[in-house]
Design a protein around this ligand. Structure first.
Ligand code: GN1
Ligand code: MG
Length: 375
């Protein structure tokens, strides 16, 4: 998969001007820490006042049908905005992402080079965090994602596009890992033997949620599917989770995958690519706060879902670990990397997090029961 090159100022100006923006382009700079798309903050001067937008190049190697992604996002963001308005809320353009359409009225711009671009209103006065700062923050994050799930719950007809089919299907992700090991195209399997063994030893658990879902015990819902800590914007003044971002993978899924991914990132004591593994473990104080915030908002949970909350944290963390490992073996073609062993480092933190959660599994069950009982 070819890496898409960085855009120049002239390109950013030309692309931005394809959208319904006014005034004079001032500058653009890279923004955020996503592993897939390229994100820029572009600033305009409108009648002398600065105004910023978020411009993103959608990675069309990952999202092979960008128009479908954008159809979903337009529906989701408009739906959330109308819910907020109906509730009498204010500050709507900071509470949900708002797409800026192209001059032709489209939610995405397809440029001459074949790249796909979208533009949002830039949310000012709010920040994202790669690492959790406090238990209070963890609780607000749990609540923000539960609110998000509540707001999109009725977006069922027509079914949203599956922008990446089988996205969190751990069984299929494990099959892809096995295929990559078999191929070993870059002769790297020898470097990650311990990691492969760790994953393989747990393979019999990978189908657990899929089986319960097939039995009807865990329902399909509209879910976010990428509930990393840094995908919720927290207000700089109040600290509250005001806006859930990165909506590429909002599609039918399991609420448990969202909860699990929150735990993967929001209970971690260290960065996703920390190289000193002694710093990497899952913090139970953060887990308790996150579960409390999430359960307070997620009143819809069925018995089957409630029973698997703690397990889902381990499963999703394992799934993402498998994906980093597969990408390393395949030559680093999916996730953006900044150093040669980046995907190995990321895989190792994930597997260390799985181990840490396994060691604290009983405590996690107790915490979940307490959080559910509080509601
Ligand atoms: C990717 O783009 P970003 O950083 O939000 C990935 C997620 C992974 C995550 C790991 C479409 O998310 O699934 O959990 O990296 N997104 C896609 O940090 O594959
Ligand atoms: Mg993402």
């Amino acid at each position: 998969m070819a890496e898409l090159g960085k855009a120049t100022q002239a390109e950013l100006k030309a692309i931005s001007n394809a959208f319904q923006v006014y005034g004079d382009f001032v500058s653009g700079c890279p923004h955020g820490s996503g592993h897939i798309n390229d994100t820029y903050k572009v600033t305009y001067s409108v009648g002398g006042a600065p105004l910023s937008y978020l411009l993103q190049r959608i990675n069309h190697h990952v999202f092979t049908q960008p128009a479908n992604v954008q159809q979903n996002i337009l529906r989701v963001t408009r739906h959330i905005a109308s819910k907020l308005i109906a509730k009498g809320e204010s500050d709507i353009s900071r509470r949900t992402l708002t797409l800026i359409l192209t001059r032709d009225g489209e939610p995405v711009y397809h440029d001459a080079e074949g790249n796909w671009w979208r533009m949002y209103i830039f949310v000012e006065g709010a920040s994202t965090y790669d690492q959790i700062q406090s238990t209070a923050q963890a609780e607000l994050v749990g609540e923000a994602f539960a609110d998000f799930q509540n707001m999109v719950a009725d977006l069922t007809e027509p079914r949203l596009h599956e922008t990446i089919p089988h996205f969190h299907n751990t069984v299929k992700r494990y099959e892809a890992l096995q295929a990559a090991i078999q191929k070993d195209a870059f002769n790297r399997a020898k470097d990650v033997k311990a990691e492969i063994d760790f994953v393989t030893a747990r393979a019999d658990t990978f189908g657990r949620l899929l089986e319960r879902s097939a039995k009807g015990e865990i329902p399909e819902r509209v879910t976010h599917n990428d509930t990393k800590l840094n995908n919720v914007m927290l207000d700089d003044k109040t600290g509250k989770g005001i806006c859930v971002i990165d909506l590429d993978t909002v599609m039918p899924g399991l609420a448990l995958y969202d909860f699990g991914d929150m735990c993967r990132t929001s209970t971690a004591n260290a960065a996703e690519d920390e190289q000193d593994l002694s710093k990497v473990y899952s913090r139970m104080d953060m887990f308790e706060a996150l579960a409390t915030g999430y359960c307070r908002g997620a009143k819809f949970l069925t018995q089957g879902e409630k029973e698997e909350l703690a397990f889902s944290a381990r499963l999703i963390t394992m799934t993402i670990g498998i994906r980093f490992l597969t990408d390393y073996l395949s030559g680093d073609v999916y996730f953006h990397i900044k150093r040669p062993q980046h995907n190995v480092d990321r895989c190792r933190t994930q597997l260390k997090m799985v181990k840490s959660m396994e060691d604290q599994a009983e405590q996690m069950e107790v915490i979940v029961r307490k959080a559910l009982a509080a509601e």
